[in-house]
Design a binder for this molecule. Structure first.
Ligand code: NAD
Ligand code: UD1
Length: 356
């Protein structure tokens, strides 16, 4: 980096799964990092200590990370962070993400995700910080109309849950904001299926309760925490009848954020641009089970059950815009995703609570 002072990047929700992994390449690329998180879905540290994922990141990078236990809905406390630090750019990860829960408590999802985002954007505007990277999701595309999914695929149609709608609404708010004020530079990252862990095995995904998603569930079966995986349907029109998804290594995803921040820092985005982050390849549930079983040397018992409501047969992206616009492409294979997940799961069989 050429400037004498490194740009400071604020990560909302930076103690969570994607945020904590993203701190590592940001610091390695020379950025100053400030994290805010209310720890509603991240492992707290012991009394007076930083959250466990942040402590793990500090051990990996050998640097201290500035951390605030602050709720995004608390306007004054968030504003104070902007008063205190010379923030150049924000990566907005904070939010609630459990699809099933969003159908049970939709108002909570809209309050945290939508109102929390509006709070943040207002504070940014008041502090003249107009560079933002936003965590969106492939879920905004709904049931794919064609594959691979490009960014020009329709969004917001037939979305079945509050989580998906909240992402779609926030994307719309950002488009309106950028239309109203040309100084904003916004990159909306639509993640496909982030999985895996830091290759050290010291940092990984630590879902609370029963995992909703495939890879953490497979890992918990492999390590013996759960007896059997339920495979949700084998009658889809796919290679083996099971659902196909675009799994993406978490460290590739983390690097994608660094590429987005670098792009934003050039002030050349001028508006809000949505970009898919995925590998462009799809793998079936049975292919994931087979690969995980090979790398772990563990048998993964599974039973085929009915389809999960709201699931589609296949979802994978066209990742060419990420390459041309951000100069980013995923490098890691499904085998590496499984290896690093297994390393983390076998070192910390009960997640971060084993690490305290
Ligand atoms: P996560 O739950 O691990 O991280 C989110 C963090 O935000 C948590 O640490 C949580 O404590 C914090 N948070 C929640 N509400 C907050 C609030 N009101 N104030 C401050 N902090 C708050 O989730 P993740 O997997 O790291 O996802 C990060 C972002 O990426 C989310 O917006 C999610 O919707 C999006 N996303 C994730 C995936 C995925 O598969 N992991 C896929 C697509 C999009
Ligand atoms: C999930 C989210 C979606 C988000 C996407 C990308 C849910 C319900 N949906 O969907 O909002 O945009 O990740 O991050 O959480 N499977 C099983 N058994 C299991 C779990 C999953 O067979 O126990 C299958 C699913 O049917 C699917 C595949 O595994 O075919 C992947 O599932 P999952 O990891 O939940 O990801 P998505 O379905 O893509």
């Amino acid at each position: 980096m050429n400037s004498s002072k490194s740009p400071c990047v604020l990560l909302t929700g930076g103690a969570g799964y994607v945020g904590s992994h993203t701190i590592i390449p940001l610091i390695e690329s020379g950025y100053e990092v400030v994290v805010l998180d209310n720890l509603s879905n991240a492992c707290k540290g012991d009394e007076g200590q930083k959250p466990v994922p942040i402590t793990k990141v500090e051990e990996i990078v050998g640097k201290q990370v500035t951390f605030y236990n602050v709720d995004l809905l608390d306007y004054n406390s968030v504003a104070q962070i902007f008063d205190k630090h010379d923030i150049s750019c924000v990566i907005h990860f904070a939010g609630l993400k459990a699809v099933g829960e969003s159908c049970v408590i939709p108002l909570t999802y809209y309050r945290v995700n939508v109102s929390g985002s509006i709070n943040l954007f207002e504070i940014m505007k008041a502090h003249n910080v107009k560079k933002l990277v936003f965590s969106s999701s492939s879920t905004v595309y709904g049931e794919p109309k064609f594959l691979p999914i490009t960014e020009s695929h329709s969004v917001g149609q037939n979305l079945l849950n509050g989580y998906a709608k909240s992402k779609y609404y926030i994307e719309g708010i950002l488009q309106d904001l950028c239309n109203s004020d040309k100084e904003w530079n916004v990159i909306i990252l639509r993640y496909f299926n982030p999985v895996g862990a830091h290759p050290s095995g010291q940092l990984g995904e630590d879902p609370t309760g029963i995992p909703n998603n495939l890879m953490p569930f497979v890992a918990q079966v492999a390590v013996g925490n759960r007896p059997c995986l339920k495979v949700f349907g084998n009658d889809y029109d796919t290679i083996d009848g099971t659902g196909v998804r675009d799994y993406l290594h978490i460290m590739d995803l983390a690097d994608g954020h660094v590429s987005a921040v670098k792009k934003i820092e050039t002030n050349s985005v001028n508006g809000a641009v949505a970009i898919n982050l995925g590998t462009g390849n799809g793998f079936s549930v049975l292919q994931v089970i087979e690969t995980f079983s090979q790398v772990s040397g563990r048998k993964i018992p599974y039973e085929i059950v009915g389809r999960r409501q709201g699931d589609c047969a296949s979802s994978y992206c066209d990742a060419s815009l990420a390459k041309s616009f951000l100069g980013w492409e995923a490098k890691k294979t499904l085998k590496e995703m499984c290896e690093d997940t297994w390393k983390w799961q076998s070192m910390y069989p009960k997640g971060f609570s084993t690490a305290k």
